[in-house]
Design a protein around this ligand. Structure first.
Ligand code: FAD
Length: 301
C-alpha cells in the first residue's frame, strides 16, 4: 500500500480539542497558552473534562465559561453521572445553558480513585444513556458521548457495548468520540461494526499523542485501550530522554492520523493534555492551518 505521507487526504478536515481544568495558577497559564495557540485553527469545538466523581465541578464550569466568553471558540462541557442526583446534574446543565454553553459531552464517569467500583448514585442517572435522555429535557443541547473501539472494560461483551452506544445515540447524542487507541485497524473495524448496527452519527477518533509512554501504558488497560507491541518497542529506553521521546511521539501520532485520514477519516478529536505543540503539528499535517485575520486561509494552506 502507499506510504501514508504520499496518500491523498480529505481536503476539509475538522478537528476538536480536549482540555482539563487547571488546578493551579501555573497550570492555568499553560492551559491558556494552549487555548490561544490552538484558537486560530478554528476547531469545531473544544471541550473541558469533568474530574472523577465530579471533583472539578466548579473548575470545569469556570474554564468552559471563560473559553466561551473570552475566545472565539465554541466550548463544550463534559458532565458525568457520578456522585450526584438527577436534580443536581440537571442544575449543573441548566447553569451551563444560562452561561451560553450549548454542547455537553455526556458520560457515566469513573468513580473516584479511592473507590474503584462504579455504583449508580441513588436518585441519580445510572448510565450515560440515562443522562442523555435527562439532558434532552433540560435544554436543546448538542450532545456528544463516548465510544470504545476496543470495548469499555466493564462491558458484558463487545455487542453489549455497541448496543449501549446505540442507546445513547437513540436517546439524542449526535456524535460519538472514541477512547484513545493506537492500532488504526481497530478504529476502522469499530466504525464498520457501528455502521452495521445502524449507528449513523459521526464516530470521531480520539487521538492521544503520547508524550509520556510510561504513564499511558499504566492507565491504558483500565481505559479499554491496548498498547501494541510495536509501540512499546519504539518508546523503549526513552524514559529519561524527553527530547527524543517527544520527537518519537510526534512521529507515532503523525503516522496514526495520516493513516486514518488516508482511509477517509476527516474529523479528529485531540486529547491535548493542555499542550498545543503536538496538536498543532498534527493539524498542520492534516492541512488544518490558521486563518489569516480576515478569515482567508493563510498562504500554503
Ligand atoms: P456508559 O456509556 O454509561 O457505559 C459504561 C459501561 O456500562 C459500559 O461498559 C456499558 O457497556 C455499560 N452499560 C451501559 N448501560 C448499561 C446498563 N443499562 N446495564 C448494564 N451495563 C450498562 N470520565 C470522567 O470522569 N470525566 C470526563 O470528563 C471524561 N471524559 C471522557 C471523554 C471521552 C471522549 C471518553 C471516551 C471518556 C471520558 N471519560 C471521562 C471516561 C468515562 O467516564 C469512562 O470511560 C466511564 O467508565 C464510562 O463512561 P461512559 O459514558 O462511556 O459510560
Amino acid at each position: 500500500r502507499d506510504l501514508p505521507l504520499s496518500s491523498p487526504l480529505p481536503t476539509d478536515v475538522s478537528v476538536s480539542f480536549e482540555f482539563f481544568p487547571p488546578k493551579t495558577e501555573a497550570m492555568a497559564e499553560t492551559l491558556w497558552q494552549a487555548v490561544r495557540r490552538l484558537e486560530p485553527l478554528r476547531p469545531s469545538f473544544v471541550s473541558v473534562t469533568y474530574g472523577a466523581g465530579g471533583s472539578t465541578r466548579e473548575r470545569t464550569h469556570e474554564t468552559v465559561a471563560r473559553i466561551q466568553g473570552e475566545t472565539s471558540l465554541d466550548a463544550a462541557a463534559h458532565l458525568t453521572c457520578v456522585d450526584a442526583t438527577r436534580d443536581e446534574v440537571d442544575a449543573v446543565a441548566r447553569r451551563y445553558w444560562e452561561a451560553g454553553i450549548r454542547h455537553i459531552v455526556a458520560l457515566r464517569g469513573d468513580p473516584p480513585e479511592s473507590d474503584g467500583v462504579y455504583r449508580p448514585t441513588p436518585g441519580g442517572y445510572a448510565f450515560a444513556a440515562d443522562l442523555v435522555t435527562g439532558l434532552r429535557d433540560v435544554a436543546d443541547f448538542e450532545i456528544s458521548v463516548a465510544a470504545y473501539p476496543e470495548s469499555h472494560p466493564e462491558a458484558a461483551s463487545a455487542e453489549a457495548d455497541l448496543d449501549n452506544l446505540k442507546r445513547k445515540v437513540d436517546a439524542g447524542a449526535t456524535r460519538a468520540i472514541t477512547q484513545f487507541f493506537f492500532d488504526t485497524a481497530v478504529f476502522a473495524r469499530f466504525r464498520d461494526r457501528a455502521a452495521a448496527a445502524g449507528i449513523t452519527v459521526p464516530i470521531v477518533p480520539g487521538i492521544l499523542p503520547v508524550t509520556n509512554f510510561k504513564t499511558v501504558a499504566r492507565f491504558a488497560g483500565a481505559c479499554g485501550a491496548t498498547i501494541p507491541p510495536w509501540m512499546a518497542s519504539v518508546f523503549e529506553g526513552l524514559d529519561q530522554n524527553g527530547d527524543t521521546r517527544q520527537l518519537v511521539a510526534a512521529m507515532v501520532a503523525a503516522e496514526q492520523v495520516r493513516t486514518l485520514a488516508a482511509a477517509g477519516v476527516d474529523t479528529f478529536h485531540f486529547y491535548t493534555l493542555n499542550r498545543a505543540e503536538l496538536a498543532t503539528a498534527l493539524c498542520h499535517i492534516l492541512g488544518v492551518r490558521p486563518a489569516a485575520p480576515d478569515g482567508v486561509p493563510s498562504p500554503g494552506a
